[in-house]
Design a protein around this ligand. Sequence first.
Ligand code: AMP
Length: 438
Amino acid sequence: MAESWRDSALRMKGGVIGLARLSAPRGTADIMPQEARRWQELERVARQVFEAYGYGEVRTPIFEYTELFQRGIGEATDVVDKEMYTFRDRADRSLTLRPEGTAGVVRAYLEHRLDGAAQPAKLYYLGPMFRYERPQAGRARQFHQLGAECIGTSDPAADVEMIGMLAGLLRRLGLDGFEVRLNSIGCPRCRPAYVARLREAVASVVEQLCPSCRERYHRSPLRLLDCKRESCQRLTAGVPVLLDALCDECHGHFRQVRQHLDDLEIEYRLWPRLVRGLDYYTKTVFELISPDLGAQDALGGGGRYDGLVETLGGPPTPGVGFAAGMERILLALAKSRPQETASGIDAFVAHHGAEGRRAAVRIAARLRDAGLRVEIDYLNRSLRAQMKQADRQRARAVVIVGEDEAAREAARVRDMETGREQEVPESNLLHVLAQGGN
Ligand code: AMP
């Protein structure tokens, strides 16, 4: 049996009686009720936007066989190479906490034979992801993404649907001022020749690049382009860019993506050094950047992955998707608009005397069953202290039940805005409160 929280706390203290104070693991965070409201609002709006575009929710496991990510994301990526939470289960299988959503969604698409159903399949998800990264502002080890995948079409309009959907979601939440960065990273037909040219162009300065870039030079040279170090950027400033090396098909596809963006009046900046961290991308890649987030400024990003379904054992199937960081969206929102104060409750049920208390418990339960937000005192406070508590909780009304009211099966209702009070029979309470106090 797993060691209980209490046992482990005792063990940590070397068996000394008394509990060690534990904290959440590094890089994780609790979402406490006040903040959870903002999460719920984000989730609500996201679902609304996804559904408007015809996407259905998919909930995949938070762990998968490790091989899924090795094959899907690519062994040479930072995510697979350095950042995965991988462990063996009791039957010695290698499992990994999902570092991103796309691989699992594509696995589910194949496992549930969506490739045989009407195309494209349009799926969205919301949930936690796990990456062993160095925690800092905007970067956690357990973080949350919302994302969408459109599998089974290579239409450039689908690429633009992704960008439009994410931009629309952010705007609907009240965020603007973000920047859309766009690039095309070609396909297996045009990329190898470009990569060869890139290697050639960088060859003479490899030894001066940072250790990560020296490794990238050999394992995933495209990523040389997005190193954040100024010294590396300077050394690679003059290298050829992929946009000038696209094959006719990729070039034509990209032209149509840009046309659709113009038609939809979605502003964007061409960003020839945008390559994104995962191996599966082809053609269109994009990121939405916030000016309010400091070093970790990407709200979300995505792109086309025409080879991924096949890599995971399915038929050749194009696809496009995006993922956005929910913490980052909330962080940007908090910076761009003042926090709203918490909403209040419909009624606080105050009581005194044993019979008053019994009646109050019953009344609170009935009102809650009817859907009102109701609080009640469980700390034997004085009536005065209960009134204060009602005020703190911003109750619209207080329902007061003492011995006398309980005997008459009634309660006094005080409207907290006007201060007016009236006696109301218990059977009529819901009606009166639903009308707004008095
Ligand atoms: P990616 O596909 O890696 O670009 O991730 C998509 C989005 O998820 C990013 O733009 C971020 O908003 C968010 N994200 C990625 N990694 C982290 C992390 N470690 N902590 C918080 N958010 C993250």
